[in-house]
Design a protein around this ligand. Sequence first.
Ligand code: CP
Ligand code: NVA
Length: 327
Amino acid sequence: MNLKGRDFLTLLDFTPEEITYLLDLAADLKQKKKNHEPHHLCEGKNVALIFEKTSTRTRCAFEVAASDLGMGSTYLGPTGSQIGVKESIPDTARVLSQMYDAIEYRGFGQEIVEELAKYSDVPVYNGLTNEFHPTQILADMLTIREHFGTLKGIHMVYMGDARYNMGRSLMIGCAKLGLHFTACAPDGYFPDAALTDTCQKIAETTGAVIDFSSDPASAVSDADVIYTDIWVSMGEPEEVWTERINLMKPFQVNSALMAHAKPSCIFMHCLPSYHDHRTEIGKKVGETYGMEALEVTDDVFEGPQSVVFEEAGNRMHTIKAVMAATL
Ligand code: CP
Ligand code: NVA
């Protein structure tokens, strides 16, 4: 398997074998880290980390992974660089390609990271766009595989706004790796028809199943994984909260919903999460709409079926695998 020089923009660009290779490599690097075995596979290389939106996990995962691989990294935050304001994406790509061996980009439209990749001479990694979040999916799949020992046939139900990066990217990941993916959302909040069609075609070759439901209790009756994400994503205007809360309320992951699934079902979330009032937004929105929690209740988030922190830790091991494989 040779992924050297490849961009990592969406999992649509990777075969099931290539994705499995990245998961295997991540598992191996995770073991090495646990055993304190050095793995400076990219000694002397450097990665530029462009974040036009905020981040905790993705940024830290790239920085720690780079350090473990013997690499340097430079963080360019939403303010303070010339990007977008005084310098175009093609110019930025060509400048950074002179100094760095890889570039990570988190921002708005997928077309921006694609333009960056087009003009870069080095691999470009998508650290989240409105449409895709591929490094998150690698971490999610590693977590599921660690938990169940397999991915084939595992039934994941994604609850909430399935039109955005997480719903779309999980559908692709499940299609590629042979899982059963159910998007459970209100009408109008499913992935678009073109992407669904592409994933259905992939599913025919991998044994995956992709279906849709607007009935939470019946959708989860056979679920191995219940997954959710925040109801209003980065980059969306605050005004959408009212409409979104009303639409999404029935899709909240709470203990009543978990009780409809198998006892072995796990709870996953890409994080960050509004499961209590201990965040500015969680408190403000929660108080405005009289809700203790938004997309997931605190008892589920903190409960024994939740694997959200292992999942977050796996961001680092899988991002490390992407850099090690492509550099
Ligand atoms: N899940 C995720 O991408 O988290 P951050 O926004 O903190 O990077
Ligand atoms: N859908 C969320 C994912 C955060 C990791 C967002 O884009 O804000």
